[in-house]
Ligand binder design. Structure first.
Ligand SMILES: Nc1ncnc2c1ncn2[C@@H]1O[C@H](COP(=O)(O)OP(=O)(O)OP(=O)(O)O)[C@@H](O)[C@H]1O
Length: 366
């Protein structure tokens, strides 16, 4: 487990001191993946450098299994670094030595004896599925294979924490999925605490247990992924499952935002509200994402104003979180004018997620 407490980082230049991290508190439980997201300049890389002990924070603590690594120097610092393995964006392998020699580097620097080093390298390459590439050179590998070697190297010192700094950036979707699946397995098999610094919301949605969002050097949001998706006030939740919706059809004047929470939603909610409760609903857009045995989702429906409160009650009773939008008009619920011919102005639905066909209506005559 890694705990970051009141972490500050300031840089001093000609123009004076600039505080880039302004008191970050973050806990990454053992055996879990925490994604750190945020806009450019929010402080993600600075946080990553502080965690990997490349930079010394100006204030605060980085506790790994209870001991503060941020105040160490010299030999103690070098030793503490072993607790944290880092995977970089471009794998950062040395081109002139073999895959096995790259993985062995951290062990060699530590003076591990030869046969032990060979065993460890073979074990780590086997874990990432690349034992057969041990004698190849990095230039002979695909992008995804290079990243796997980078992961094997990061694991060589048996760290407790794995820090991935944009490690899937620039990889194609299939390769990204393979790397994420490997990270998820490592979390489970080795009980690693994994910190994923990324700007890719697809990556976050597919693999993160918790999400921390930075803004201007502060922690803007933090929570489990399902809780953020279910929280209608969460900006990150909206970014994780973005929805573009059709405008309200004739006869409807009120938008409701819906969120699915964990597995407790009645799968027949739409029919039940329409038939059992005699409420007219127009399904205007939505996304459902399967996570293990549960489903996460967000949707937008249209209702008639006089039925809105009853609809909210019925939907909440079926396990959804339903909320009236206050800024109701006939443009989309985001306030952006959306035409029926172009129902998705923000681009395709997130990969791996199932878009609900917009425009379906149901309901008894009211
Ligand atoms: N060595 C430095 N000296 C001065 N300012 C710095 C230094 N490193 C980073 N900064 C500033 O700190 C802020 C946060 O930078 P950082 O690279 O951590 O953001 P980021 O969230 O990783 O952004 P991106 O997604 O674009 O990589 C930026 O305003 C940046 O200009």
């Amino acid at each position: 487990m890694i705990e970051i407490r009141d972490l500050h980082q300031a840089y001093t230049g000609r123009g004076g001191s600039v505080e880039v991290l302004k008191g970050i508190d973050l806990t990454v439980p053992e055996g879990s993946i925490t994604a750190v997201v945020g806009p450019s300049g929010a402080g993600k890389t600075t946080l990553s450098h502080c965690i990997s002990l490349l930079e010394k924070p100006t204030q605060g603590e980085i506790l790994v299994d209870g001991s503060d690594l941020s105040r160490l120097r010299g030999r103690q610092l070098r030793s503490a670094r072993r607790a944290i393995g880092t995977i970089f964006q471009h794998s950062a392998l040395l081109r002139r030595i073999t895959v096995a020699e790259n993985v062995a580097l951290p062990l060699r620097n530590l003076g591990v004896v030869h046969h032990e080093m060979q065993d460890r390298v073979a074990e780590m390459l086997d874990r990432v599925g690349l034992l057969h590439k041990a004698d190849s050179y990095p230039g002979q590998l695909s992008g995804g294979q290079k990243q796997r070697v980078g992961i094997a190297r990061a694991l060589a010192l048996r760290p407790r924490i794995l820090l991935s700094d944009e490690s899937t950036s620039g990889l194609d979707p299939d390769t990204t999925a393979q790397i994420l699946s490997l990270l998820a397995d490592l979390r489970t098999d080795l009980g690693l605490s994994i910190i994923l610094i990324t700007h890719e919301m697809d990556v976050v949605r597919n693999v993160a247990d918790q999400v921390a969002s930075l803004s201007h050097g502060r922690l803007a949001e933090y929570g489990s992924l399902p809780s953020l998706v279910a929280d209608q006030d969460s900006t990150v939740g909206g970014q994780l499952l973005p929805i573009a919706a059709l405008p309200l059809p004739a006869g409807f004047d009120t938008f409701l935002d819906l969120a699915y929470q964990d597995g407790d939603v009645d799968p027949e909610w739409f029919t039940r509200v329409a038939v059992d409760h005699q409420i007219r609903l127009a399904l205007l857009g939505g996304t459902i994402e399967a996570r293990g045995a549960t489903a996460l989702g967000r949707a937008v429906v249209g209702v008639r104003g006089e039925q809105a409160q009853r609809a909210i009650g019925a939907l909440n009773g079926l396990g959804l979180s339903a909320r009236l939008r206050s800024d109701v008009d006939r443009s989309g619920p985001t306030g952006t004018a959306i035409s029926a011919a172009s129902p998705d102005p923000t681009g395709p639905p997130p990969s791996g997620a199932t878009p609900i066909p917009a425009g379906a209506t149901a309901g008894a005559t009211a």
